[in-house]
Design a protein around this ligand. Structure first.
Ligand code: ATP
Ligand code: MG
Length: 220
């Protein structure tokens, strides 16, 4: 079983939106997926309450000491991918999620303040010597500011591809209890999430520099 953690102390960067979007995209590729909610805010549970499909399974986690037993239970159930959604703070639960993740994903909006705000999370991940990748989220659909953000993130570590643009489908899917690939399967937001899941799955199961230093060149 592989474990992904969506982490960054910066609020509103898209951790929960990407967690649900990626979970459903992976499920649609035939994978057995569980979402782990490690945020008392409850975005994932509320999304699940609005959802008619029983899957993906959602497990809630409040105590950092429960994370390893939960992962063991999910593995025993035959889950192939667990995606942990964490709160917007570098709390003990988030740190424990990072320590248990095969890959931590750090979403950031393309602004200097958002990128700076991700740095404490990056430092914590590096201290734990764990693999990570940034995701540029809520990017403008056009404009060159993006390349500055991409350059900044590339200089800090690996930047996942593609960038995820600001699109209403993400918000509407979250509100409908759906993954964006269920909500608007033919839309651009769905295309981007499918491609992002492709990038992540390759980096999860493929050969990957343990320190995640392979820079990816992007420019608009
Ligand atoms: N790519 C996107 N396009 C449009 N809206 C988005 C996108 N990503 C996230 N959002 C919206 O931005 C808001 C914040 O996203 P989300 O709740 O996923 O962030 P978060 O990092 O989980 O926040 P928190 O730190 O509070 O848990 C939500 O309204 C969500 O629907
Ligand atoms: Mg959230």
């Amino acid at each position: 079983m592989y474990v992904l953690a969506l982490v960054t102390q910066k609020g509103g960067s898209g951790k929960s939106t990407l967690a649900t979007g990626l979970a459903v995209a992976a499920m649609q590729r035939g994978e057995r997926v569980a979402l782990v909610e490690a945020d008392a805010q409850g975005t994932i549970s509320k999304w699940k309450d609005r959802r008619e499909n029983l899957y993906p399974r959602v497990a809630c986690l409040a105590d950092p000491a429960e994370i390893e037993p939960l992962i063991a239970r999910l593995r025993a159930e035959g889950i192939w991918l667990a995606i942990i959604d964490t709160a917007a703070t570098n709390n003990r639960l988030a740190m424990r999620a990072i320590a248990n993740a095969d890959l931590s994903l750090i979403p950031a909006r393309p602004s200097p303040a958002d990128i700076e705000a991700a740095v404490p999370t990056l430092i914590a991940i590096r201290r734990l010597n764990r693999r990570f990748a940034f995701i540029l989220n809520q990017t403008p659909t056009r404009g060159c500011r993006l390349s500055e953000a991409a350059t900044s993130l590339n200089s800090l570590g690996v930047l996942a591809l593609p960038f995820i643009a600001q699109r209403n489908d993400h918000q509407d899917a979250l509100g409908a209890g759906l993954g964006v690939t269920e909500f608007a399967p033919e839309g651009k937001a769905a295309d981007e999430i499918v491609a992002l899941w492709g990038w992540i799955s390759e980096h999860l199961v493929g050969e990957f520099d343990e320190h995640g230093q392979a820079a990816v060149k992007n420019a608009c």
